[in-house]
Design a protein around this ligand. Structure first.
Ligand code: SF4
Length: 120
């Protein structure tokens, strides 16, 4: 049984003004360097059909115990990913959501680190 911690950064296609203050790849590079998660990835738009498909494929093997998603409003995340989680039997309690909109690279990295520390 593996119990991996995964991290997804979702950025509204990278074009939304909420994500222009941060260097998206800089955030990912810093998070990787800190080795906070077992894996990290970037998705341009988790809340559309292929994003839902991505979540299903990612979680269907059951290897991910906890999925940390840095994106938009946490309550919106819960609603938007619910069907995908239910489809593969991923307990929504193991989804940790963080709003990183309108943050600089440094602010986003700090918030991601805090999320991981507060939700081990
Ligand atoms: S899940 Fe949130 S951050 Fe990601 S594309 Fe949809 S609205 Fe944007």
């Amino acid at each position: 049984m593996s119990a991996k911690k995964g991290f997804v950064l979702c950025v509204c296609q990278g074009t939304c003004p909420s994500f222009t203050k941060m260097d998206i790849f800089g955030v990912l590079a810093d998070v990787r360097r800190e080795k906070i998660f077992d894996y990290v990835c970037l998705h341009p738009q988790l809340c559309v059909g292929d994003g839902e498909e991505f979540l299903k494929v990612l979680l269907s093997g059951g290897e991910t115990e906890k999925l940390y998603i840095a994106a938009c409003d946490p309550q919106m995340q819960c609603k938007m990913y619910r069907d995908a989680f239910e489809a593969v039997g991923f307990d929504k309690a193991n989804h940790v959501a963080l709003d990183i909109r309108n943050k600089t690279t440094e602010e986003a990295v700090a918030a991601i680190k805090a999320m991981a520390v507060n939700n081990p």
